[in-house]
Design a protein. Structure first.
Length: 410
């Protein structure tokens, strides 16, 4: 079931493959090319798929199948133990177990496949395709999905890397002083629970996390990133939509889901119509970000249907974001704790990347990756300026110097 790079390319030849508080504050920048300048073939994906775009584009250009091309892109991060948002090395659930979600849609045959809450199988995007190809179902979850994967040839393997295990332990220790995780009373490392003055609580908390991270053996250069994951559990995911020169389209999305989630939680990624939706009569869309919010607006389906009614890719995506905003009655005290990015590809090759917040962290912006003969990353068009905040929120205000400049929040 695994695809080697050589095999993949050979098969192509054979196939001949600031916290802005105003929801009306829409950016004037549009990345959507006019239909006349839109190119085919084209691949659009999350920025963590960028390194896998060259091979996939060549495959697509040489006549390869649109879904196979997309799966090649998302399989890269699934195989990468250092990408902790998907597959091997994904951040685990609250029990320390990696549970993966994925789905795919094949435009030419109008089929779909999906798996949710899968343990011990790395390439769940390929398992989603196997569900599509080898069953009469669309979605398998949990133990049944794992057994199906093994039956169809996928190896069972441990997905929890040492690094992700240590980040999970750090998170576990950081949760509270009211449980038995972390240094006990007998430990020389034990410290009394944090007490006021409140302004110092945050600083002290970061300092404690830093000490814990060092005790856990988290390497110094990864410590700041690990602390950020603990303070703000990520929902890292990868989506890819593809379009060939015949107008065929496919889409796929894969993820380890929200870090430290409750066991059994499925996000939007395996939900056809939320994490991914493709109808090659119109276009294809996918999502990364706050899964719960995206499920409630059926984001990817909403976007494709918006384009069917004549909206541009950017307008279609902004409308889906506005529906999330509407679900919270424009309440910025809540909206600041979520984020969402949509990847939108229309059948003529016009595309857009839109996000709820401009920044993915105080120091970097949300980006999509594109290949239409030229591989590049592009900034998304954002509904709100600034960056979303960590959730659950801390009971203290973060001192400005930590919020803006601290390496811990990069
Ligand atoms: N969007 C990924 C998740 O929420 O699981």
């Amino acid at each position: 079931m695994s695809i080697t790079r050589r095999g993949f390319l050979e098969s192509a030849v054979v196939a001949s493959l600031a916290t802005g508080l105003n929801a009306q504050d829409k950016s004037k920048r549009s990345q959507t090319p006019e239909p006349s300048s839109a190119k085919r073939p084209i691949i659009l994906c999350s920025n963590n798929g960028r390194n896998y775009l060259d091979d996939a584009f060549l495959f697509l250009k040489n006549g390869g199948d649109t879904l196979d091309a997309g799966l090649h892109v998302v399989k890269g991060p699934e195989d990468d133990p250092f990408d902790d948002s998907v597959g091997l090395g994904g951040l685990p659930n609250e029990d320390g177990v990696v549970e993966l979600d994925a789905c795919c849609m094949h435009g030419p045959t109008r089929r779909a496949g999906s798996v949710g809450g899968v343990r011990n199988i790395k390439n769940v995007s390929l398992v989603a395709r196997a569900v599509m190809e080898h069953t009469g179902h669309v979605m398998l979850v949990g133990e049944g999905a794992e057994r199906f994967a093994v039956a169809t040839g996928f190896p069972r393997e441990s997905l929890l890397t040492d690094r992700s295990r240590k980040v999970w332990l750090l998170w576990k220790e950081a949760q509270s002083t009211n449980d038995w995780w972390g240094p006990g009373l007998a430990s020389p490392q034990w410290k009394p629970p944090l007490t006021p003055p409140q302004s110092k609580v945050w600083e002290e908390r970061i300092h404690q996390l830093e000490e814990h991270a060092a005790q856990l053996g988290i390497e110094p250069e990864f410590r700041a990133a690990a602390i950020r994951r603990v303070l703000s559990p990520p929902t890292g995911t990868i989506h890819c939509s593809t379009l060939n020169d015949k107008g065929e389209m496919s889409g796929c999305t894969t993820t380890s889901g929200l870090a430290f989630k409750l066991p059994g939680r499925c996000g939007d990624s395996p939900i056809i119509g939320a994490g991914c939706y493709t109808d090659q009569d119109v276009g294809s869309a996918g999502a990364t970000g706050s899964g719960e919010e995206n499920i409630k607006v059926a984001g990817a389906h909403t976007i494709v249907e918006n384009m069917r009614r004549g909206m541009s890719p950017q307008e279609a995506g902004m409308d889906a974001l506005q529906r999330i905003v509407r679900n919270f009655n424009n309440d910025m005290t809540k909206l600041k704790f979520m984020d969402m990015t949509y990847y939108i590809l229309r059948k003529d090759g016009a595309y857009a990347g839109v996000s709820l917040w401009e920044h993915s962290s105080p120091t970097s912006v949300h980006r999509i990756a594109v290949h239409d003969g030229t591989r590049r990353s592009e900034q998304t068009v954002a509904l709100f300026k600034g960056v979303s905040q960590e959730f659950p929120p801390f009971p203290v205000t973060i001192p400005p110097e930590l919020k803006e400049d601290s390496v811990y929040l990069k």
